[in-house]
Ligand binder design. Structure first.
Ligand code: UN1
Length: 502
């Protein structure tokens, strides 16, 4: 069990139902990004040895778990979701302390895990395969879904419980066993999620947690021969490394990577609505969503008014510790991220974009020990500038003028990513044309680029991923192997393609 030290609990790895410290003896402190004087928990700096133990435990547990009927596996997931419901407030508070997102959004993050649990619990009684006619008489053909095996899960820090739940719940209902590596900045929420599963009755070895750095734990996980699949959410740079390693070893691999999500606002749009959407899309979660609105592409007729209003309204957003219900924008996750975001502000200025708002570290005495950045608006951004091309992952948005819908879509598509996209218009014809033409896995009409629901496919095109989807039934396609089954009840040899009765 976690033991207490200087008021913050120490968490060991969770392997085969036991608490296992790192053999290195090293731990790291998980600090609150809103006030780094607060230690949220102490976690193990594990390596290949602990990954090996966890993978072996998951491998050993696979046979029994995969033979538990899917509806019964799903009942455990259902129960875990209901435990999360009971613990929602406590887990949301933990999340705000370790990740910094404002408390309302932490509640939303836990809620997203609850929704995912209930959705996939339903899959326990579906997991539909298909039956189809055979080309031969007295022969039956069907396809069933089989579990894949041991799944390695490498998680991001921006949705500390929701995204791990997108991975764990469908994988478990499908009969797989798991080794999960939480993000180094937000491990507590994964422990909270897994504690719900354990209390709900997931047997030892079925879900294992190993904490530590990506370079050690993530690498050992992706290279382990008993790991059959890796599900990774994070940067495109790391995704490329993982994808290459998995390809060499014939592992399944699902990558959910970066975004540079555009919101196009046409002259005919409801501008008040678009403005609300822009503020939420760009500055919600302090801009730290893969789906964050990071480019606002504005038709020329409304460009000036919209950018002026945006800068004005963004200035009114309340920055601070997200534990305060009134705060809109919390800190960024850590010092390195803060420096990275601020370096993009310098890049934007040197590229000649007009800084309309913010651009600095947010200074106020109660924020002195956290990683706060002013909401930042760049205007007159050229689509080719780095601030319009690269993922910043912070409270920075770039406004770009366009002539028409077609021009806006051209700008929107001219980046290497393709996760989310949005269009504000009152014209249904143009809305449907944009749904067709925006290169993205997700398109919103008259809503910002964030806010995906768990029962729809989540993921993107181009360098945002490698063709898989989380959420919805698409997740089952990743966590199951198709098996084609033929039952010949003719009592004689029948040769497909050859024995044709004319
Ligand atoms: C992410 O941005 O990394 O669609 C995940 C949304 C959330 C999930 C975002 N439901 O904004």
């Amino acid at each position: 069990m976690p033991t207490t030290r200087r008021s913050a609990a120490t968490f060991s790895n969770f392997i085969d139902g036991n608490w296992v410290p790192a053999s290195s003896g090293k731990t790291s402190e998980n600090r609150n990004p809103a006030d780094t004087r607060e230690t949220v928990g102490i976690f193990q700096c594990s390596g290949a040895a602990e990954v090996n133990l966890a993978v072996e435990a998951a491998h050993a547990a696979f046979r029994n778990w995969s033979r538990v009927p899917a509806p019964l596996r799903a009942e455990i997931v259902m129960k875990a979701a209901s435990i999360l419901e009971q613990k929602k407030e406590a887990f949301a508070l933990d999340m705000t302390r370790e990740m910094g997102k404002v408390i309302k959004e932490s509640r939303g993050d836990v809620q997203e895990a609850i929704d995912t649990g209930y959705y996939f619990a339903g899959e326990g009684r579906r997991m539909f395969g298909l039956t189809t006619p055979s080309e031969l008489p007295n022969k039956f053909a069907m396809c069933t879904r089989q579990p894949v095996g041991v799944i390695g899960m490498i998680c991001p820090w921006n949705f500390p419980m929701a995204i791990p739940s997108w991975k764990l719940f469908p994988a478990l209902v499908a009969g797989n066993t798991c080794v999960i590596k939480p993000a180094a900045d937000t491990p507590l929420s994964v422990f909270n999620l897994v504690s719900a599963l354990t209390r709900a009755g997931v047997p030892a070895g079925v879900v294992n947690i190993v904490t530590g750095r990506g370079a050690e734990v993530g690498t050992a996980l992706m290279e382990h021969p008993l790991v059959c699949a890796i599900s990774f959410t994070g940067s495109s740079e790391v995704g490329r490394i993982i994808g290459e390693s998995c390809a060499r070893n014939f592992k399944r691999c699902s990558l959910e990577l970066g975004g540079k999500n555009p919101m196009i606002v046409l002259d005919d749009a409801n501008l008040d609505l678009a403005l609300e959407g822009a503020l939420w899309g760009a500055f919600g979660t302090t801009g730290q969503r893969c789906t964050a609105t990071s480019r606002i592409i504005l038709q020329k007729g409304i460009y000036k008014r919209f950018t002026t209003d945006l800068a004005h309204r963004a200035k009114l957003l309340r920055v601070g510790n997200g534990i305060d219900e009134k705060v809109d924008v919390g800190p960024v996750i850590n010092k390195q991220q803060m420096e990275n975001v601020l370096s993009y502000v310098e890049i934007g200025k040197s590229e000649g974009a007009r800084l309309a708002l913010g651009g600095n570290r947010f200074e106020r005495p109660d924020c002195a020990h956290g990683f706060f950045i002013e909401p930042t608006v760049f205007c007159d951004v050229d689509p080719k500038m780095r601030i319009a091309q690269e993922e910043i992952f912070g409270p920075v948005v770039s406004c770009i003028p366009c002539d028409s819908l077609e021009h806006g879509i051209e700008i929107a598509n001219d980046v290497k990513y393709g996760l989310s996209s949005a269009l504000y218009t009152r014209d249904v014809n143009r809305a449907f044309a944009a749904i067709r033409d925006l290169d993205a896995g997700i398109t919103y009409i008259n809503a910002p680029t964030i806010g995906a629901e768990v029962h729809l496919p989540f993921g993107g095109v181009k360098q945002t991923g490698n063709g898989h989807r989380e959420g919805g039934v698409g997740a089952l396609d990743f966590y199951t192997e198709w098996k084609a089954v033929y039952v010949d009840y003719s009592d004689h040899l029948q040769r497909a393609q050859i024995d044709r009765t004319e």
